[in-house]
Write a protein that binds this ligand. Structure first.
Ligand code: F6P
Length: 345
């Protein structure tokens, strides 16, 4: 059949993707628009790995994590040969429009596919990191924050029992959204985020003071891309290269804990939450947000608002040009970090 609306999920997985897929299929059905699922992100368009999605095939997926379509970090714009394969498959499978659900990388590619190659795309922002400009929230973030908060609650009781410092490393890529929200919710004593370089001297003073005041345990939440202030940099070149990869971050928590033990002479332990933060069922908030974005994205397709992304502004849905958000990321809101700081120490 011709005139398919395609949908693909690209980049890292994120709780809520299945809710978007279900919403897109159900809303498209109302306007008799057949939907074609593209497997493994852009890779599915390159390989011609697609299958029709129906009300029946998307039933019972809303509360499941991951994505029934699979995903990948494949870039469709690598070379002319790849673009030719996409063009051939686009025609072969009768695609006429495409909904692209992804994070910064996937949506930037979607913008170029629209602007430079004329593919009629509509974007849907997703990421646990909440770092996509143009939208107040991304689905997946609330789930990640809930998981991290529960972990911090659990670490609180073990830290308190053994009078230890617990360093909790959370995801977030280059932003401190997850760290700040989970840290505030979990009543962390200190939250280190990429937007504000930290000073080990201040951290050790604070933890020592807490101990002197009769609080011998502390919770320190560290975002995976938090970095020391250049004036107090303690990282070797080897450590820096290992921990701050562009696409794979992780390890700063252990280095911070080692410094706490060495300088403040406090016993410290580390928990790296890692992929647990983006696995499993989405929260109710994320299911609703993902569903609203999916429905709205189809309505944008019907209104031919191509080259744009569905977004949430306050309590309303909105349409944002992809050019405004491509290749950019949204740092943690300063006001939120100021609020978090009120509870440090
Ligand atoms: O963007 C989501 C995210 O989970 C980040 O928080 C993290 O830095 C990154 O993806 C991990 O990527 P990968 O799945 O490629 O290891």
């Amino acid at each position: 059949m011709d005139n398919y609306l395609g949908i693909l999920t690209g980049g890292g997985d994120c709780p809520g993707l299945n809710a978007v897929i279900r919403a897109v299929v159900r809303r498209a059905q109302d306007d008799r628009l057949p939907v074609l699922g593209v497997y493994s992100g852009w890779q599915g368009l390159i390989d011609g790995n697609v299958a029709p999605l129906t009300k029946h095939s998307v039933a019972g997926i809303q509360y499941r994590g991951g994505t029934i379509l699979g995903t990948s970090r494949v870039n469709p714009l690598v070379d002319g040969e790849t673009l030719k394969k996409i063009q051939d498959n686009w025609r072969r499978f009768g695609l006429s429009r495409l909904i692209v659900v992804g994070g910064n990388g996937t949506l930037s590619c979607a913008m170029r596919m629209w602007r430079d190659h004329g593919y009629p795309v509509v974007g849907v922002p997703k990421t646990i990191d909440n770092d996509i400009p143009g939208t107040d929230y991304t689905f997946g973030f609330d789930t990640a924050v809930s998981i991290a908060t529960e972990a911090i609650d659990r670490l609180h009781t073990t830290a308190e029992a053994l009078h230890r410092v617990m360093v909790v490393e959370v995801m977030g890529r280059h932003s401190g959204w997850i760290a700040a929200y989970a840290g505030i919710a979990g009543a962390a004593d200190l939250i280190l985020v990429p937007e504000t370089p930290f000073r080990m001297s201040e951290i050790c003073d604070m933890l020592t003071k807490r101990k002197q005041l009769g609080r011998p345990f502390s919770i320190v939440v560290v975002a995976e891309d938090a970095k020391p202030h250049p004036e107090e940099d303690f990282l070797t070149v080897e450590q820096r290269n290992r921990v701050f990869h562009e696409n794979r971050l992780g390890g700063i928590g252990h280095l911070v804990a080692a410094q706490i033990e060495e300088r403040a002479k406090l016993e410290a332990r580390v928990s790296v939450l890692g992929y647990i933060q983006r696995g499993g069922a989405p929260t109710a908030y994320d299911r609703v947000l993902a569903t609203r974005l999916g429905v709205y994205a189809v309505e944008m397709v019907l209104r031919e608002e191509f080259g744009s992304m569905a977004a949430v502004h306050g309590t309303h849905m909105a349409s944002v040009p992809l050019e405004e958000i491509a290749d950019k990321y949204r740092p943690l809101d300063e006001e939120i970090y100021r609020t978090a700081r009120t509870f440090f120490g």
